[in-house]
Ligand binder design. Structure first.
Ligand SMILES: [Fe+2]
Length: 274
């Protein structure tokens, strides 16, 4: 049977690549160290497959058809189409079609109704963490796109439930797979709106504190505070998916730093597996 190898989270933002030269040296060092430590943990967990949870930033889906959740069931996925990611080392990434179809079937059987796609491009939300973690061997990727870009979005409760569903699907898969969950996004950031570039450090610190506390308090806080923390804070949904998969236990912050030059409150975290 398959097993959950670990749950992880990291921030992303186009400027982490596009404007990397503008990031002060001491922040570069901490960002690099955060991604590398995550990479070290993912490698140590010997994951065969990563379910990576990220939004789609208008690459695959647009307003004529915008799924709440879409799971990539292809044998492969295309590399990032953004020009600033042309140095990303993979033009194509292996998927795990069999496990991904099992995940979709498990979801449908449990009353979740994701869309699925045999052909996805993985944008910077997926590829920046995968790149910066500097993994020696890239596990097969099962993308889980969660809409945190355009309202209305999946509820925070539902995202937490999705985490539980991922875990159940992993544990019911009849193959000797080790599957990690990697959330990409958050913490606070504000893009393409009047508060563009603002980082809400108080929000970020309170989120981090509450991931180690009561789940209901975390949900209530996020519900109340996300609307004031910039539109990028909606990506905390992805962290909730990882939190749910880890059964909300053992949250460990690797590092957090606000990085004004890339507009993102950058966090790196993993969850202990019981
Ligand atoms: Fe994003």
């Amino acid at each position: 049977m398959a097993e959950l190898a670990g749950c992880y989270a990291a921030s992303h933002g186009p400027l982490l690549v596009r404007d990397w030269a503008a990031v002060p040296e001491h922040e570069k060092k901490r960002i690099n160290a955060g991604f590398r430590e995550l990479g070290r943990r993912v490698s140590a967990a010997r994951a065969d497959v990563i379910i990576e949870v990220s939004p789609d930033h208008w690459v695959n889906f647009h307003l004529e058809n915008l799924p709440a959740v879409c799971i990539g069931v292809g044998e492969t996925h295309e590399g990032p189409p953004e020009p600033f990611l042309k140095a990303y080392p993979h033009r194509e990434m292996a998927g795990d079609a069999d496990f991904a179809r099992h995940l979709v079937a498990s979801a449908l059987g449990a009353g979740f109704e994701p869309s699925f796609s045999y052909r996805l491009k993985l944008d910077h939300g997926f590829c920046i963490p995968l790149w910066r973690m500097e993994l020696e061997r890239l596990p097969r990727i099962v993308p889980m796109i969660v809409n945190s870009i355009e309202p209305p979005m999946p509820s925070l409760e539902r995202c937490l439930q999705w985490g539980g569903l991922l875990r159940a699907a992993i544990e019911s898969y009849p193959g000797p797979l080790r599957v990690a969950v990697l959330a990409s996004g958050g913490l606070s950031h504000s893009i393409g709106e009047p508060t563009m570039g603002r980082i809400d450090e108080a929000f970020d610190h309170e989120c981090i504190r509450l991931f180690s506390q009561d789940q209901q308090k975390l949900l209530q806080y996020l519900k109340d505070a996300i609307p004031g923390a910039g539109n990028g804070a909606d990506e905390m949904r992805n962290w909730l998916v990882a939190h749910g998969a880890a059964r909300g236990r053992g949250f460990e912050l690797i590092d957090y730093l606000p990085v004004p030059s890339v507009y993102v409150g950058c966090g790196f975290a993993s969850w202990a597996m019981e």
